[in-house]
Design a protein around this ligand. Structure first.
Ligand code: ZN
Length: 342
């Protein structure tokens, strides 16, 4: 274990300190921006002059989703080098360095099912990912509360890449909003990031983005930026739009947003989730069928033991199918086209 110093590559430092660091550290850049390293993979920046915006960018909650990890590390490097000058407070979180080192989604447990307190439900804080999820919640809280409450605009983009390709390469999950209205400004920002497919979640979950939305009123999204690839094998040109838009957001420059028009988006809502209950669970579509593919009504989608799962609604499409989940977990999410609730 070691203490971070600014000439080190922050991602390399985090991967060398898989679950914790010797001690937090802090320093100030020549341009007056304060830098605080709170933990492995957790670095906060506070510029001398700030807007009312508090932004969290997280990545690597799944360790093999390398594109956004490399993107965030580039942002961190550019800020440290003084090339990217901030106008907002920003917290970067690299979620699961240990799973990055083994090139897997997680070490013992899928961390994006462990937020909103799920980490402490039975069997309790029994593995590193549960402990890490609890710590990450505390860092989100610390960051937002330190920014103050009055008139703050809180944003959290949790950046991922999907196991499968998608009909629309980039898409985002908009967490359940309870009584709040969906933000068309946020959708405009997503569009500028190259994300035009939005899945509106209809219930509370244990994802990182829902946690920030629910607990701190943040405009939060799980953003899927393409397909999983190993470190160094990402075509970074696919991230140009998201990079430019987030850079503009962080530095307070004009993001060049188009006026909001619902016709620019493919909006979906969840129709149901199909859970796996038995080891015999299997899908009847190919491994390379992409997210948001729809099937005709009556199509046999999956089966296990004596249960068959068929398409029940015209236009129903699949998202995040995974037959390898543990029994009792969601094997696929079913979605249908929708409009923004008024
Ligand atoms: Zn992911």
């Amino acid at each position: 274990m070691s203490v971070y110093s600014p000439e080190q590559d922050f991602l390399a430092f985090s991967r060398a300190n898989e679950w914790s660091i010797e001690q937090p550290s802090g320093f100030t850049l020549d341009n007056g921006t304060g830098v605080e390293v709170w933990d492995t993979g957790v670095i906060a920046f506070v510029p001398a002059q700030v807007t009312s915006h508090d932004i969290i960018l997280s990545c690597g909650v799944h360790g093999n989703e390398t594109g956004p990890i490399e993107l965030c590390n580039e942002f961190v490097r550019d800020i440290l080098d003084g090339k990217l000058v901030l106008s907002t407070r920003v917290l970067f979180i690299f979620g699961n360095p240990a799973s990055m080192n083994i090139g897997e989604r997680f070490v013992q447990e899928n961390m994006n099912r462990l937020f909103s307190g799920a980490h402490s439900q039975a069997p309790g804080l029994s593995n590193h990912e549960r402990i890490r999820a609890k710590k990450l919640e505390s860092y989100v809280q610390r960051f937002y509360l330190a920014g103050g409450d009055e008139g703050r605009v809180r944003t959290h983009y949790d950046l991922h890449t999907a196991i499968r390709g998608s009909k629309n390469e980039k898409f985002a999950v908009y967490p359940y909003q309870k009584e709040r209205k969906h933000s068309t400004l946020q959708l405009q920002i997503m569009l500028a990031c190259g994300v035009n497919t939005i899945l509106l979640s209809n219930s509370p979950t244990t994802t990182f983005s829902y946690f920030s939305c629910d607990q701190f009123g943040a405009d939060a999204f799980t953003v899927e930026l393409g397909k999983v690839r190993p470190f160094g094998q990402n075509d970074m040109t696919r991230f140009i739009e998201v990079k430019q838009t987030l850079k503009a957001l962080l530095s307070g420059r004009d993001m060049g947003l188009s006026p909001y028009d619902e016709a620019d988006f493919n909006l979906f809502k969840v129709s149901r989730a199909i859970d796996k209950h038995d080891d015999s669970f299997e899908f009847y579509f190919a491994d390379d069928v992409v997210n948001f593919t729809s099937f005709p009504r009556g199509f046999l989608l999956a089966s296990e033991k004596d249960t068959q799962y068929k398409i029940i609604e015209e236009g129903e499409a699949i998202v995040f199918p995974n037959a390898n989940v543990a029994n009792g977990n969601r094997a696929v999410l079913m979605v249908v086209p929708t409009q923004l609730p008024t």
